[in-house]
Write a protein that binds this ligand. Structure first.
Ligand code: CP
Ligand code: NVA
Length: 306
């Protein structure tokens, strides 16, 4: 594993190894056991979109691992004025030990990996959000004591979250159903990958997808960069909501996850969100632990802390 560009690049074994290390790092963090295994290392964090969780969890994660993190807003970097990603990658590779980037085009992340000589981590693109899905799988495994054979159901926009969840969950042996409008299906590459699995289904019927689900997941109807389309998207996604009625279709002890930020009353009701807040905020915390595991794997060249 040289980079984390998308879930498709990880084998099932690599995903499980990251989750195991994340569990260990979480235990050590909660018990005050230091793990400064990235001393002297610096992570550059390029942001071309807003962030609360990704920015803070990567920055704190690097500090807890004994290293440093630099917040690099695209508004201040020359990349924001048109300097090519290929040159940015070759320059930053001479100062930094790794780059985390949040941007629009997946191609930009792939270009950094192609031209740079240090690990590149995708902190969200329009195409995917692998760091979030590692935290989601970690949270499901924590609550359900396993992953294989459980049914994960995604409701809503076939966006970056849908793309990474479908690939990641199928890789670790989960059953996956996705309900999106026919106009907003997951990416064609993801659909092609998923259709190789007998335990994958796509539908535009929300109740059909949720039938017997062990985990229900949704995301906003308008992602970052789609703000001007919010009203027309809200009309298109009406009914693609996790609410009390839908919970009745799912398994009795069904979990609910949301990557956040959430728009209550749109993709999820306040009632369901509040009832599952424990899981949703554990999921947010697990961003820290899962990403620390990724950082140790990519920047430390180790699979275990000790
Ligand atoms: N879930 C997530 O990536 O949150 P931020 O946009 O706050 O980083
Ligand atoms: N789909 C959302 C996820 C935010 C973490 C977005 O891209 O804005």
């Amino acid at each position: 594993m040289k980079h984390l560009l998308k879930m498709a690049d990880l084998s099932a074994q690599e995903i499980i190894e990251i989750l195991n290390l994340a569990d260990q790092l979480k235990y050590e963090t909660h018990h005050g056991i230091p793990h400064p295994v990235l001393q002297g290392k610096t992570l550059g964090m390029i942001f071309e979109k807003a962030s609360t969780r990704t920015r803070v969890s990567f920055e704190v994660g690097m500090y807890q691992l004994g290293g440093n993190a630099l917040f690099l807003s695209a508004r201040d970097l020359q990349i924001g004025r048109g300097e090519p990603a290929s040159d940015t990658a070759r320059v930053l590779s001479r100062y930094l030990d790794g780059i985390m980037i949040r941007t629009f085009a997946q191609e930009e992340v792939e270009t950094l990996a192609e031209y740079g000589s240090i690990p590149i981590i995708n902190g969200l693109t329009d195409y995917c959000h692998p760091c979030q899905v590692l935290a989601d799988l970690m949270t499901i495994r924590e609550v359900k004591s396993g992953l294989e054979g459980l049914k994960l159901c995604y409701i809503g926009d076939g966006n970056n979250m849908a793309n990474s969840l479908i690939v990641g969950a199928l890789k670790v042996g989960m059953k996956v159903s996705a309900a999106t409008p026919a106009t907003d299906k997951p990416h064609a590459d993801v659909m092609a990958f998923a259709q190789q699995f007998k335990d994958f289904s796509w539908t535009d019927s929300v109740p059909d997808a949720a039938e017997g689900a062990d985990v229900l997941i949704t995301d906003v109807w308008a992602s970052m960069g789609q703000e001007s389309e919010a009203a027309e998207r809200a009309a298109r996604f009406e009914g693609f909501q996790i609410n009390r009625q839908l919970m009745e279709k799912a398994a009795k002890d069904c979990m609910v996850l949301h990557c956040l930020p959430a728009h209550l009353g749109e993709e999820i009701t306040k009632e369901v969100f509040d009832a599952h807040a424990g899981e949703i905020f554990e999921e947010a915390e697990n961003r820290l632990h899962a990403q620390k595991a990724v950082l140790v794997r990519l920047l430390g060249g180790k699979t275990t802390v000790r």
